[in-house]
Ligand binder design. Structure first.
Ligand code: PRP
Ligand code: URA
Length: 209
């Protein structure tokens, strides 16, 4: 069963409150999502392996640590996942970015895939699938399945807000994938919206609707 990590740092929780607030403007919403993504990236990269190398300071030679192991790949689910990419790249600027285009059919709530473009060396990277909202879990499950069907094996899922239903769905379908969230909310309403949530993440990020 995949583990669930709630990134409950006070700065993340503070900013999330204003992300939720319906009075927050598009500009502020975008900036806050960007900032929270940077702070969450700090948590999600906590287990990156290190190796020891020698470094020559101006006065001595010493052993010191550098990152080793797989390089990272960020996989935002279009379109709302785009709002989290720059915030994560600020901490891991060498990460490559692949895109998976999915939208939820408003009637069936089933994800519909319309675009996949991945880095050429994606199989050698540890991947972080990014989407602000984990509601039914259909989109995240479809994105992870799309990656696995192309041979990808190592990935984590990073979301701002998750519904218990979405977490359960991902844990059932992809028990090897750990999930990082800033908050776990109460439930989904009849339209598949997370309650209390933040509304439609894509619309709020891009000022549509
Ligand atoms: C939203 C959100 C997730 C999905 C979550 O995207 O960004 O991708 O819904 O819902 P689920 O867990 O029930 O699949 P949406 O389909 O609205 O597309 P958008 O990002 O283009 O706005
Ligand atoms: N997608 C969103 O953008 N918001 C929700 O609450 C659920 C799915």
């Amino acid at each position: 069963m995949g583990k669930v990590f709630v990134c409950d740092h006070p700065l993340i929780q503070h900013k999330l409150t204003y992300i939720r607030d319906e009075l927050t403007t598009t500009k502020d919403f975008r900036e806050l999502v960007d900032e929270v993504s940077t702070l969450m990236a700090y948590e999600i990269t906590r287990d990156i392996p290190l190796e020891t190398i020698q470094v020559k300071t101006p006065v001595a030679i010493t052993d010191s640590k550098v990152i080793s192991g797989r390089m990272l790949g960020l996989i935002p689910i279009l379109r709302a996942g785009l709002g989290m990419v720059d915030g994560i790249l600020r901490l891991v600027p060498a990460a490559k970015v692949g895109h998976i285009g999915l939208y939820r059919d408003p009637e069936t709530l089933e994800p519909v895939e319309y675009y996949v473009k991945l880095p050429t060396d994606v199989l050698e990277r540890e991947l972080i699938v990014i989407d602000p909202m984990l509601a039914t879990g259909g989109s995240a499950n479809a994105a992870i399945t799309a990656l696995k069907s192309r041979g990808c094996t190592q990935m984590k899922l990073m979301c701002l807000i998750a519904a218990p239903e979405g977490i359960h769905a991902v844990q059932q379908m992809h028990p090897d994938v750990d999930i990082y969230v800033a908050a776990i909310d109460n439930y989904l309403n009849d339209h598949g919206y997370i309650i209390p949530g933040l509304g439609d993440a894509g619309d709020r990020l891009f000022g549509t609707k």
